[in-house]
Design a protein around this ligand. Structure first.
Ligand code: NAG
Length: 89
């Protein structure tokens, strides 16, 4: 249940981003898979926590994609997501 709420949240965010940024966001639905999503890690996040956060983002989208696929009766899933990490200064 909590995961479904998360998936709906991500979807809502996705549609919002898609509508507000349109072409600039370049989130596209190709052959039932969402492509071009970008998740940026804030610069304020300590580098020592990066690996853990990247792992969590990967796990989140892996499971969210699976749930989305099931929830939409095999209509859509997340094909790829880019994780942007802060520059090491
Ligand atoms: C996402 O997947 C599509 C199809 O495989 C590919 O063309 C595109 O370059 C990928 N995007 C990223 C950011 O990897």
């Amino acid at each position: 249940m909590a995961r479904l709420v998360s998936v709906l949240g991500v979807l809502a965010l996705l549609f919002f981003v898609e509508r507000s940024l349109g072409e600039r966001a370049k989130i596209t639905l190709v052959n039932n898979g969402y492509e071009g999503m970008l998740v940026a890690i804030a610069e304020s996040v300590p580098i020592s926590e990066s690996d853990e956060i990247i792992l969590r983002i990967k796990l989140f989208f892996t499971f969210a994609s699976k749930d989305l696929f099931q929830a939409t009766y095999h209509r859509v899933y997340f094909r790829n997501v880019t994780i942007l990490v802060p520059k090491v200064s």
